[in-house]
Design a protein around this ligand. Sequence first.
Ligand code: NAD
Length: 347
Amino acid sequence: MFRNDNKTILVTGCAGFIGSNFVPYFLEKYPEYNVVNLDLLTYAGNLENLKEVENNPRYKFIKGDICNRELVEFIFNEYDIQGVIHFAAESHVDNSIKNPGVFIETNVNGTFILLDVAYKQWMQKPFTYKENYQGCRFHHISTDEVYGTLNETDLFTEETPYAPNSPYSASKASSDMIVRSYQETYGLNTVITNCSNNYGPKQHDEKLIPTIIRKCLAGEPIPIYGDGKNIRDWLYVLDHCKGIDLVYHTGKEANVYNIGGRNERTNLQIVDVITTILDEKVSPKERIGKGSYKELITFVEDRAGHDRRYAIDATKLENELGWKADENFDSGIIRTINWYLKRYDVN
Ligand SMILES: NC(=O)c1ccc[n+]([C@@H]2O[C@H](COP(=O)([O-])OP(=O)(O)OC[C@H]3O[C@@H](n4cnc5c(N)ncnc54)[C@H](O)[C@@H]3O)[C@@H](O)[C@H]2O)c1
């Protein structure tokens, strides 16, 4: 229990990349909230990511599975949960190709459990909230990958039909549909945000940008899938967190908002920028190998079912809620590289 009269919200999966950027931002901005973080600490979760809040009296970490209904019910009762921001998921496409089952379990079933407990805790019956829980909201964090792949010119809008191609994106699309059904059938107050690729501090080593940096520093081949021309729309993680905050507090009930920074880059452009910056930053003395880091770029067999292009149209979020990305890719990537250099003990 917390020793104050604050409102307490449940955030899930915050030992991971985005959640661990979100929680410190949120606690600092809103002294009137307590935050309970429910995270299973899978291979992707790391409490080191949350060092800066671990002693905050308004923060509580609980290790556990979102699929564990008893535990989720206990948390709702014990902490009188008044809102949910749901990050927890299996999130790596490559893993979903090798081992899809856990993606269905966590992303689909886990989301269902959280929704169902929230509904029963907050509402008397469909479309009728209990007196003390009026307005309690369930915010589901999702991805632009639910929309499938794009041609060279179009953008994903909130009206783009779902066409997920990987087990990961299919599991996220399924969870979005279950959220929608709790809104439409029971009147649970929900919002969904679908965001493009994030980058920034605290991302797991397995993802593209940390991999490029790590491989450079280790002097190992940098694996680039296929021809390297797949395009992603990159958003600095804190800009995503700010968008989530805005939608959670001011988004219209039952609405979906796309979040993206209009920073499309091919994987080849990403690896080129990072190797250029590292060539300048890392002194030859500290390097393994003598040449440019660009020499490490190695093309490997393409990912199965690799979507060609994602790009977000964030007009709705910008026009209706006034969101704007503060960071562009050129500034955000330097902050990110600096963070990883510190983490890997370089300079
Ligand atoms: N990273 C991106 O670029 C991106 C973009 C758009 C949307 N998203 C979505 O944002 C959310 C967070 O992504 P991320 O990159 O921070 O993921 P991540 O893989 O870094 O972190 C996921 C966290 O969830 C936890 N977790 C996994 N299974 C769990 C379970 N059964 N019960 C409780 N906790 C569990 C893990 O321990 C980890 O701490 C996900 O829902 C993802 O789909 C991510």
